[in-house]
Write a protein that binds this ligand. Structure first.
Ligand code: GLN
Length: 501
């Protein structure tokens, strides 16, 4: 039964189509895996066992006679920042500990309509602010490759759940790297779509001009399939793009079979991404992948994105500024936990926010409020907005000279718990390679390219492309994926399962 869990989403889908398995069997296998791994991993905030079983039964009783919808019977998990009708959605915050949304996020509705079964809501850094999932108000999630280490973040629960075989795919959000970085650290594939490609309706907002929902799964094909389901126009998101959605999987098909699938493709290596701060093992695994791309026919050239070094500073001003306004609604009156400590309105506000928000969220709200305050607005917010423009122009110039840009997804492999929780500045630098792409609003995919020579932990590489050219980066990712040996099951998994048995 458990061998089903090592299959890719696309393989499971084919098995379902051939009636070699049933939604009910898959749900039971996944729930069993969740029960066996959760004591060690803590990837899930809410497991929806009853709902998942009922849904599987409903699907089985109404099996369509013709072609199955794209995700029919496929168990998925969802980052707990995506609203799910009737299922608690916490954003990993005490503030929303008991929030049960009356509606589904657009992307959630889409996967449900496509036939998916929702198994669990996964852990994250509170309101998606962090890069290790240690800032969840409830508990920290462990990496299935080494349970003494973080899974990355903020979509760390989603990445861990996919990597450990709890589900065949997951949806996360990426504001500054929160899909690509945990996907990289857990050995999964993750896509951050172009800003506007996927509706943000029903995703609890962190920084609205940067947030994007995207898939995490085990293969490029799996992510392509999920992306196709969730992408598309939604009038409820003012920034949603009214553009046709290609069949991404189809676009990448053929890449695996052709002897030189990347012939005619030019890949750019921005020197700023490769220059400093990379651990030697990350650098060498990614260089190996670049060599593989060369062998597949791509030409590779170095280029420069001169404003990239200012990305971290600009991002943390802008993201915190937006967060401070987005989180203003959680005051115990309009939304969120209400403290019993205040006897007056102002006191209720401050007591509710003091109790409801964790340390990292408070830090961001303070930083953001400061950056937006009169007298400092021009010095910080306006300046950061200008830098954002320059970074976008850098990307556009670079992508005018090549088809896609390559860079590692994270400077190091997964780090031990608590390594940076007391050192926010160093922690902020863990997104140095991912967050500029959000400032530019462009798409990126993170792909596992091997294990670090010393750590034996997964290394991810990003492929970043032009606006709305997810197809292009998926095609390149698929070719590179086919040329590299698979990572195999996460190293700690066998031990976790044995301990349980
Ligand atoms: N680590 C970054 C931050 O804390 C990015 C998080 C994200 O993409 N949600 O802002």
């Amino acid at each position: 039964m458990t061998s089903l869990l090592s299959l890719s989403l696309c393989d499971i889908r084919d098995k379902l189509a051939r009636e070699e398995t049933r939604p009910g069997e898959l749900v039971e296998s996944c729930l069993e895996r969740i029960a066996a791994t959760e004591p060690s991993l803590r990837a899930c905030l809410t497991v929806c066992a009853d709902e998942a079983r009922a849904r599987a039964a409903e699907l089985e009783n109404n099996r369509p006679s013709g072609k199955l919808p794209p995700l029919w019977g496929v168990p998925l998990t969802l980052k707990d920042i995506l609203c799910t009708q009737g299922v608690r959605t916490t954003a990993a915050s005490r503030m929303l500990e008991n929030f049960v949304p009356p509606y589904d996020a657009f992307a959630v509705r889409r996967v449900k309509e496509a036939g998916a079964v929702i198994l669990a809501k996964t852990n994250l850094d509170e309101f998606a602010m962090g890069s290790s999932t240690e800032f969840s108000a409830f508990f920290a999630t462990a990496n299935p490759w080494d349970i003494e280490r973080i899974p990355g973040g903020s979509s760390g629960g989603s990445a861990a759940s996919v990597s450990a075989g709890q589900a065949f795919g997951s949806l996360g959000t990426d504001t500054g790297g929160s899909i690509r970085q945990p996907a990289g650290l857990c050995g999964c594939v993750g896509i951050k779509p172009t800003y506007g490609r996927v509706s943000r309706y029903g995703a609890i907002a962190y920084a609205s001009s940067l947030d994007q929902i995207g898939p995490l799964a085990r293969t490029v094909d799996d992510c392509s399939l999920l992306l196709r389901v969730i992408a598309g126009y939604d009038p409820k998101d003012a920034q949603s793009a009214d553009l046709p959605v290609p069949d991404y999987r189809q676009a990448a098909a053929g890449a695996a079979d052709s002897p030189a699938p990347l012939a005619g493709v030019t890949l750019g290596l921005p020197v700023e991404y490769w220059r400093e701060g990379l651990s030697p093992e990350v650098e060498s695994a990614c260089e190996n992948a670049v060599d593989a791309a060369r062998e597949l026919g791509a030409s590779v050239k170095e280029l420069s994105l001169p404003h990239l070094p200012y990305g971290v500073a600009a991002y943390y001003i802008l993201a915190s500024a937006e967060a401070s306004t987005n989180l203003a609604r959680f005051d115990g009156m309009r939304y969120g936990l209400r403290s019993g400590k205040g006897d007056k309105l102002e006191k209720t506000y401050s007591a509710s926010r003091s109790q409801g928000f964790g340390e990292e969220v408070k830090r961001r709200v303070l930083l953001g409020t400061y950056a937006l305050s009169s007298g400092y607005y021009d010095a910080y917010y306006t300046k950061a907005s200008k830098v954002r423009r320059l970074i976008l122009e850098d990307f556009e110039r670079a992508l005018g000279q090549c088809d896609a840009l390559l860079a590692p997804s994270c400077p190091i492999t997964a780090w031990p718990f608590d390594a940076y929780t007391q050192d926010p500045l160093t922690a902020y630098k863990m997104d140095i390679l991912t967050l500029s792409l959000n400032l530019a609003g462009l798409p990126g995919i993170s792909l596992p390219v091997g294990l670090g020579k010393e750590s034996r932990l997964p290394v991810g590489m990003q492929i970043m492309g032009r606006a709305f050219d997810e197809e292009g980066i998926i095609r390149i990712a698929k070719a590179v994926e086919s040329a590299l040996p698979p990572l195999g099951p996460p190293a700690a998994l066998a031990g976790i399962l044995r301990r349980r048995a």
